[in-house]
Design a protein around this ligand. Structure first.
Ligand SMILES: Nc1ncnc2c1ncn2[C@@H]1O[C@H](COP(=O)(O)OP(=O)(O)O)[C@@H](O)[C@H]1O
Ligand SMILES: [Mg+2]
Length: 485
């Protein structure tokens, strides 16, 4: 089969092989030929070398796997019928290695079954003996190599893309999230106070943590405080501590949460809940006029970076005299808005897959995909609870899923189109009328209340008002159906 090429012809062929590199990638195509039969292996090797390919030879499958692990190969030419590990075995192992190499199998003439099996197992193509012209061989090997290099390049791009779609643990590709990434990066190294503004579940705490972790305070403490969770009469002491004897209550030294955050960052979440007196004190601290550390023997100045977070419009709160003007201006110099999830639809699938990976790894289950239908349901939901709600939905789906794909039925009932069809389903028709009606009413109640809550962004009073229902009745239905608000 090896034709005798005159020199001119050979040069033409070499030119052809080289110029067919991938996108200006002119590295010669590297081929590994595995053949136990030295005579035929030798000939394939010789043909390819003559045509400008870089060829290595392996006597058997095991040796070829060693060579593959140790060097970069574009195309593996495998003889199907080899003693010991046959071609299909080697192919299986190569594919399991996830290497970028493309495999071309050489089968006996007429062995269609093996050829089909090889393609199914991931071979790029197959050749039958006797091999055709050297030209055809060269073309096939070149195509296989191009295919492999393009696939490798696509994988690389995908990985790079992934890098650009996240900043640490924060995921997102929408313009608004890219703005958040840039903002986090630029404030991380300063001590400026930052205000994070966004609905519950939009990632305020996550972003605050990233700011802390990206700056030089990363080794210091990060102290998140929910200002709405501390009783108003205790909050000042909780935050700023006290010195023994300073007040009737101060029976001991207490460094307070600011003291605990020394050298690090304090997150004042729901900062709008701070009582007026505490607002004054916080403002003094931010101004730098109050610097001593309560309850500490260390006379050094307090070194705490303050990040504040809120889901209300602080400016409006200021106009309504619920928030001090001076504190508002001091806090809002650098404001990072965290948009609701419904306003950045392109981030939803990214986040869903992020949580899918997280929770399937955690549960030790291999759930690889969200079905198209389930994704359609996720897309149709408005996510009043934002990323937190999505995270919970995916966590639950991972528990519910039976196979390796999330199906619509695995999603929480609260996600998706919630007003149930009013036509009785088979289940209802199997019941006596009274029971059936009761069940239908319950389904309706649950769906109705849920939908109204969705519209009001989770605000119970507002949802009850829009339903023209008594707030306590509305609440009763929420409790009865265990609807999360
Ligand atoms: N952009 C995001 N990428 C990845 N996870 C996010 C993102 N935003 C929020 N989360 C996750 O959603 C949950 C709620 O976020 P959190 O920061 O507590 O929200 P908030 O403080 O605004 O209520 C957390 O588990 C958080 O890790
Ligand atoms: Mg929070």
């Amino acid at each position: 089969m090896v034709g005798k090429h005159d020199t001119a012809n050979r040069h033409a062929m070499q030119g052809q092989v080289r110029s067919q590199g991938v996108d200006g990638d002119m590295t010669p195509i590297r081929v590994l030929v595995v053949d136990h039969d030295t005579a035929s292996g030798g000939s394939v090797e010789r043909i390819l070398k003559t045509m400008g390919f870089e060829v290595t030879k392996a006597p058997d499958g095991a040796r070829s796997l060693e060579l593959l692990a140790a060097s970069t190969v574009d195309v593996l030419l495998l003889d199907l019928a080899m003693p010991g590990m046959n071609g299909l075995d080697v192919l299986g192992k190569v594919k399991a290695l996830d290497s970028a190499v493309e495999v071309v199998l050489i089968t006996a003439h007429g062995d269609v079954d093996s050829a089909v099996a090889a393609l199914k197992a991931g071979a790029y193509d197959f050749l039958t003996r006797p091999l055709g012209s050297p030209d055809a061989l060269a073309r096939l090997v070149t195509r296989a190599a191009q295919h492999g290099r393009l696939a490798a390049r696509a994988r690389r791009l995908e990985q790079e893309l992934e890098v650009r779609e996240r900043y640490g643990d924060i995921i997102g590709s929408s313009p608004s999230m890219r703005f958040v990434f840039r903002a986090v990066e630029s404030v991380a190294h300063s001590r400026s106070t930052v205000l994070l503004h966004g609905e519950p579940g939009t990632g305020k705490e996550l972003v605050a943590r990233s700011i802390h972790m990206s700056g030089r305070r990363a080794k210091g403490p990060f102290v998140p405080v929910n200002c709405s969770a501390i009783p108003k009469d205790l909050i000042e002491t909780e935050l700023f501590g006290n010195v023994r004897g300073a007040s009737p209550r101060a029976s001991e030294n207490k460094i307070g949460l600011f003291g605990a955050a020394h050298g690090g960052t304090i997150l004042l979440d729901e900062v709008d809940h701070l009582p007026p007196g505490t607002q004054v004190r916080l403002n003094r601290i931010l101004q730098g006029t109050e610097i001593k550390r309560a309850g500490s023997n260390d006379p050094g100045r307090m070194d705490v970076r303050v990040i504040a977070a809120t889901d209300v419009d602080l400016k409006q709160a200021m106009h309504q005299k619920r928030f001090r003007e001076d504190l508002f201006y001091r806090l809002s110099v650098i404001t990072i808005p965290l948009p609701p999830l419904r306003d950045r639809a392109e981030d939803m699938p990214l986040l869903a897959y992020h949580f899918l990976r997280k929770y399937s790894a955690r549960s030790g289950r291999k759930i690889a995909r969200i079905s198209l239908e389930a994704m359609r349901v996720l897309r149709s939901h408005t996510w009043p609870g934002n990323v937190r709600e999505l995270e919970n939905a995916i966590e639950r789906s991972v528990v519910m899923a039976r196979g390796d794909v999330i199906l619509p039925g695995d999603l929480p009932p609260s996600v998706g189109d919630t007003i149930a069809p009013l036509v009785p389903t088979n289940l209802l028709l199997d019941l006596p009328f009274r029971e059936s009606k009761m069940k239908a009413v319950e389904q309706f109640e649950s769906a109705y209340v849920h939908e109204m809550l969705k519209r009001s962004g989770g605000n119970v009073s507002e949802a009850a008002r829009q339903s023209q229902m008594d707030r306590s009745n509305f609440r009763r239905i929420i409790r009865k159906h265990k609807i999360r608000t």
